[in-house]
Write a protein that binds this ligand. Structure first.
Ligand code: TRP
Length: 360
């Protein structure tokens, strides 16, 4: 029927994405000024160790390499899998505090929320015209989220949020998006929209870049019950947890019946995840960490992990507490970030309207 269906991109190939990411890492190291990064999170609660080692740490690294970094607090997106976003202001504050504590520097990175950028949101309209309903239906990540959603029906926002996410990325013409594997289909939507916009309206000029995914080499960190670490499962260790809470959570973590501690993720996932966690905190090799504990067993392992986590997080936790005590600071960071992002969004929207022949 439409050109959309014939131009559908193939399912993103993980091996290809990995190779491309390795290539990108080399280009970033050689010339960080060529890149603009956009990433972000839904404000649904405090970030945990899985977020930290999976994405946060990587963002700080890119920022420190000199890449222009935008971090979006995706507040509208909270409404994709629930009817009402509760405690939103509190979650936004917690999220920004976690960012700042982890090392995102508001003088070098732009932290903003998409609800405060009308021009970003308006991009959703032309972008929606560039994708077919069939394509939206095929998105594997959205399908999966719908399958796991506890909602009685699927909202239009849930169905279209990958297009909204394209607006999040393209409003500032980001060309690099650090993501986990589950976000690859969304990035493919963004690339498709950028390409179609350029083809349909650009008259040979490219208005939008086709951004690349930068796959984070996310280590598999399990929660204390041995399943994926996730706030909603109650098995996560928050970055902002106290040292005592951390000790208690790790003490209760699932292990196995074999005394000698080894690093063998395939056959001993729970023990290996704990070993991995200590190794990540200390920037050491997990095999060495496991060998050192050896016959000390699970008790010794948990003691070592608790110490490693608490030592690693202590400066972040102290900084977080300090910033949290300064009532207006987070709001000021967001105000500045929103202001900078809004100026860029308005310029992009003006360009889009002009390109579409809507400048009247
Ligand atoms: N979908 C992302 C998540 O659930 C959050 C997000 C919103 C995002 N907009 C984005 C990530 C743009 C990368 C780029 O965590």
């Amino acid at each position: 029927m439409s050109t959309h269906d014939s131009a559908t991109t193939p399912a993103p190939d993980l091996a290809v994405a990995r190779r491309r990411s390795a290539e990108l890492e080399r280009s970033i190291a050689a010339d960080p000024g060529r890149f603009r990064v956009l990433t972000g999170d839904r404000p649904t609660g405090r970030l945990h160790l899985g977020h930290y080692f999976g994405t946060l740490r990587g963002r700080v690294r890119l920022q420190d390499l000199g890449v222009d970094t935008f971090v979006i607090v995706a507040d509208y997106q909270v409404l994709t899998d629930r009817d009402v976003a509760e405690h939103l202001a509190e979650h936004v504050e917690d999220l920004v505090l976690d960012y700042l504590a982890a090392g995102i520097d508001p003088d070098r990175s732009t932290i903003f929320s998409h609800s405060s950028l009308p021009a970003l949101n308006q991009l959703l309209l032309p972008f929606l015209s560039l994708v077919s309903v069939a394509e939206l239906r095929r998105n594997p990540t959205v399908k999966d989220e719908i399958a796991h959603s506890r909602q009685a029906s699927v909202s239009g926002l849930m169905f279209t949020y990958p297009v909204h996410q394209a607006a999040d990325i393209l409003f500032c013409k980001a060309n690099l998006v650090p993501v986990g594997q589950d976000q690859l289909p969304h990035l493919e939507v963004t690339r498709t929209i950028a390409r179609r916009f350029n083809d349909r309206y650009g008259q040979g000029d490219s208005v939008f870049p086709e951004p690349d995914a930068l796959l984070s080499a996310a280590p598999l960190l399990l929660g204390t019950d041995g399943t994926k670490m996730s706030k909603s499962r109650g098995n996560a260790i928050a970055l902002s947890a106290t040292a005592d809470e951390t000790a208690r959570l790790i003490r209760g973590a699932k292990t196995d019946a074999t005394r000698a501690i080894t690093y063998d993720p395939a056959t001993r996932p729970e023990v290996s995840s704990l070993v991995q966690l200590a190794a990540l905190c200390q920037d050491r090799d997990p095999v060495t960490v496991a060998r050192e504990i050896g016959d000390g067993g699970a008790a010794q392992l948990k003691k070592a992990v608790t110490e490693a986590v608490n030592d690693h997080l202590a400066p972040m936790r102290a900084r977080r507490a300090e910033l949290a005590a300064d009532g207006g600071y987070v709001r000021e960071v967001l105000r500045r970030g929103n202001e900078r992002a809004a100026a860029i969004a308005e310029a992009t929207l003006a360009e889009v309207r002009a390109t579409m022949g809507m400048a009247y």
